[in-house]
Each structure stands twice: as C-alpha cells, then as structure tokens.
Design a protein around this ligand. Structure first.
Ligand code: SAH
Length: 256
C-alpha cells in the first residue's frame, strides 16, 4: 500500500493528524526533499527506510516502492503542500495501477493556503473577487496557450502563481497585457509558514524589483489582485443581520 501524503506548506505541525499517523506507521518514506520540512521525518519509526525524491527519477521512486511491497512494507510518498497541485502524483498512480499496487491520498495544506494565512488575507472578498485562479508561468513545463497568464489575467480575479518567482519581469508583462493596471496590489510570499518566511507587499509593476531587493527567486508564491490590499469590499451576506439563512432568521433591514 502506498499513501500519498500532503506534508503541508512548511511548518512541521501543519501536516494533518491523519498524515502524521501514516508517517508514524510507514515502513518506507519517500519525501520531496526540495520543499518538504525534514522535521517531519522525526515522526517516522525506527528502521523506516527514508529516501529523498529530489535525487530520484519516477522510475527509481517506483522501483523503491516495488521493493518495499515485496518486503511487506507500506510506503508514504510525502509531497509538499497538497499533492494535487504540481505534485507529479498522477504519473505515479498510473505506474502503481499497472503493477496492481493499491494507494490512497491524504490531503495537505497547500502553500496557497499557508500564504493567505501568513498575509492574513481573504482571497474571495465580496465585491472584489469571488474566484481564485491557481496557475503558473510557462517554464520548462509548458502551459497550454488557452491558459496563458495574460488570458487568465483578463478575469481580474485573485491570482496565485506557483513556480514563477524566477520570471517576474515576464509575469508583470503578461499580467499588464491581460489588463491588470501596473498599480494593482500584489504580494510575494517566500517559504510561507517556514521559520524563515518572508513576505513583501508590492504592485504588479514592482514585483521583480521587490523580489530582487529581498533576494527571492524561488520557493515563493505571487499573489495578485485587489484582494491583497482592498480599498473597499462588501460585507458577507451570511453574517448580515438582515439576511435570513437556513440557520438564522434575519431582520430584513440591510446593514450599511
Ligand atoms: N503541491 C505544492 C506545490 C508544489 S509546486 C502545494 O500545494 O503548495 C512548488 C511551488 O510551490 C514552489 O515553486 C512555490 O511556488 C510554491 N511553494 C511551495 N511551498 C511554498 C511555501 N511554503 N511558500 C511559498 N511558496 C511555496
């Protein structure tokens, strides 16, 4: 059995209770060493086989899993954040399917949630944006043309960019091409929820300059949109005294 576990965004205590239990029980752990907090490995039992996938290919990961299966050991495949985002998890599942190896998934706190917590922001503010676009700049991994940053930017929704901190001049260019004004608020969050986290509030125009000043070029998220620094936003309907919900009868008079 293989369990894909989301390690959370950084701080070791942000793994889920279920994920921690899986780590405690595992006979083998293959962790994404480039971004997973190594403190999490202290939950592993003695004798647990531990491998860092940063130095391995897909084939090597699968070979280690097969060996462990033959020895009767369960594997935890520990991915950063949540494994459903840029986790290269589907290709592993397919290889396991071919070999008849069972697997399950334990979700994790994605870095985009960790970053919102660090910034104390709400991505979906009434009257500002009710959508969050999670995407990336094309890099060595291409992005389909219909999802180009400039076309997604035309929605003016809140955007969170993964894997793009090393390309901020192009990010600004694409965002502006898509219609964001240069002074749209933006944030750079480096290593959200890690002890050495850094965050910078800037604008679409000053992204590259601010990142260079702070020495940030990787392990960061770029967050763009009015929701970063809203001038004004609407109150929620759910907690508005005038509003009746399935749980509460409202006064019918709108609060200003
Ligand atoms: N599955 C992960 C994302 C993996 S892709 C998740 O759910 O968060 C790797 C990219 O995620 C990094 O290049 C960076 O853009 C982002 N990232 C991961 N952890 C981060 C953190 N703690 N703070 C900021 N960005 C992070």
């Amino acid at each position: 059995m293989v369990t894909f576990v989301g390690a959370g965004s950084g701080a070791a205590d942000l793994i889920t209770v279920r994920g921690k239990e899986k780590l405690e029980q595992a006979g083998q752990v293959i962790y994404a060493g480039s971004l997973v907090n190594p403190q999490l490995l202290s939950y592993c039992k003695e004798g647990c086989r531990i491998f860092d996938s940063a130095k391995m290919t897909l084939e090597e990961v699968i070979a280690r899993i097969e060996e462990a299966q033959e020895d009767g050991l369960d594997t935890v495949r520990l991915h950063t954040g949540d494994s459903s985002l840029y986790g290269a998890v589907r290709e592993q599942m397919e290889e396991l399917d071919k070999r008849g190896i069972l697997y399950e998934v334990v979700p994790g706190v994605s870095s985009f949630c960790g970053a919102a917590a660090s910034l104390q922001m709400e991505y979906t503010l009434p009257g500002v944006s009710q959508s969050v676009i999670l995407t990336r700049m094309a890099g060595r991994t291409p992005v389909p043309e219909r999802e180009s940053l400039s076309s997604l930017a035309s929605h003016q929704a809140t955007m969170v960019l993964f894997l793009s901190a090393g390309m901020l001049e192009q990010v600004t260019e694409e965002l502006e091409k898509g219609g964001y004004s240069p002074d749209t608020p933006a944030a750079i969050v480096y290593k959200a929820t890690w002890p050495d986290e850094k965050q910078v509030i800037c604008t679409v125009e000053t992204l590259a300059q601010c990142a260079a000043r702070e020495g940030i070029n990787k392990t960061a998220l770029i967050i763009v949109g009015e929701a970063v620094r809203p001038e004004r936003y609407g109150r929620s309907k759910l907690y508005d005294p005038s509003f009746t919900t399935g749980y509460r009868k409202g006064t019918g008079k709108e609060e200003q």
